[in-house]
Design a protein around this ligand. Structure first.
Ligand code: 13P
Ligand code: SF4
Length: 325
């Protein structure tokens, strides 16, 4: 019934969604619950959310909501972040299998061994990590504030940066900071973009600006007109006066971009092995209205974190929120 495979334009998922949307609205009121959704989730999921945003904005929302229940329409590490910041609230994940290849590329045990090699370094970890890795971290960051967080550290201090090697490499290039050691992790969605495919698209749309997420590889970033987090890319389209854009990040953001800029044209950059022309994170697309409804109705898939890990992780996330004000 609901086609949740692709976000590049299929209409078929409008079928049978009205009832779920209405039921979710009713349950939210009855249970004093909020739904927080990442920009990469399906359009219909974004439509039932009380707040849609990037990783940073969602963490901020999770820290300040007065709801009793948070349904996190996103992936596992995002639900964990919400639980770390709101330990007294029930945080529910519509699909507990919605993981993240980037978070998985940095297992806590191996990361602890890596960190031990650099005892004098400060550890900065991208929010796309497990709670155990956050507990080993001094300051968290997201792609929105990574540059600011790194720049807040005295120039002579060494930094261990994890887990995304592309974001880390980008920050090293922008800041010229050589004393940053990078963990070798990556996001399988952002790594799949290719310069060749983008240049092919540029030939067909010579006036289009290329907007890329810093989780993409360096050659892609080097041919881009603008590099930024999901929220920064969206903001760019609101103030820039071009008519066409090639979007080099997960395709879910196109929904928000098109809604905010109805007269502009947004072209998803295809990954190297594309069959449908867009690039979806299959984990983000696991979140459906039906799963949101079920977990809210049953209060199931609750995130639980041992207090000793939670309190350590909280320190690194709160430091980030403080520094990104
Ligand atoms: P941002 O939300 O910080 O842009 O991160 C993108 C991402 O990959 C989330 O999974
Ligand atoms: Fe993780 Fe990449 Fe999916 Fe974001 S897009 S949730 S980093 S796998």
């Amino acid at each position: 019934m609901i086609n949740n495979k692709c976000s590049c334009g299929s209409k078929s998922r409008e079928i049978a969604e009205m009832d779920y949307a209405a039921e979710i609205k009713r349950l939210k009121k009855e249970k004093n619950a909020v739904v927080l959704a990442h920009y990469y989730t399906l359009p219909e999921v974004q439509q039932v959310a009380d707040f849609v945003g990037d990783s940073l904005a969602l963490s901020e929302q999770a820290a300040c909501t007065d709801a009793d229940i948070i349904v996190f329409a996103g992936v596992h590490f995002m639900g964990e972040t919400a639980k770390v910041l709101s330990p007294d609230k029930k945080v529910l994940l519509p699909d507990p299998n919605a993981g993240c290849s980037l978070a998985e590329s940095c297992p806590a045990k191996e990361f602890a061994e890596f960190k031990a090699k650099y005892p004098d370094h400060l550890v900065i970890s991208y929010v796309n990590t497990t709670v155990e890795v956050k507990a080993l971290t001094d300051i968290c960051c997201t792609s929105t504030n990574a540059l600011k967080i790194v720049q807040s550290v005295p120039a002579e201090k060494g930094i261990v940066f994890a887990p995304d090697r592309n974001l880390g490499d980008y920050i090293k290039r922008v800041t010229g900071r050589e004393n940053m050691v990078l963990w070798n992790g990556a996001c399988h969605v952002h790594e799949k973009f290719s310069v060749e495919k983008i240049l092919e698209l540029k030939k067909q749309h010579p006036g289009a600006k290329v907007l890329s997420h810093p989780e993409c590889k360096a050659p892609v970033l080097l041919i881009s007109d603008f590099v930024g987090s999901t929220a920064a890319l969206l903001k760019f389209t609101l103030t820039d006066d071009s008519r066409e854009y090639i979007i080099v990040t997960e395709s879910g953001i196109l929904y928000e971009m098109r809604k905010a800029n109805p007269d502009k044209i947004f072209i998803p950059a295809p990954p190297i092995d594309s069959t449908c022309g867009c690039n979806d994170c299959e984990y983000m697309k696991m979140v459906s209205l039906e799963k949101i409804y079920n977990c809210l109705r049953d209060e199931s898939n609750e995130i639980e974190i041992p207090e000793n890990i939670r309190s350590l992780a909280e320190g690194s996330i709160r430091k980030m929120l403080e520094l990104s004000k």
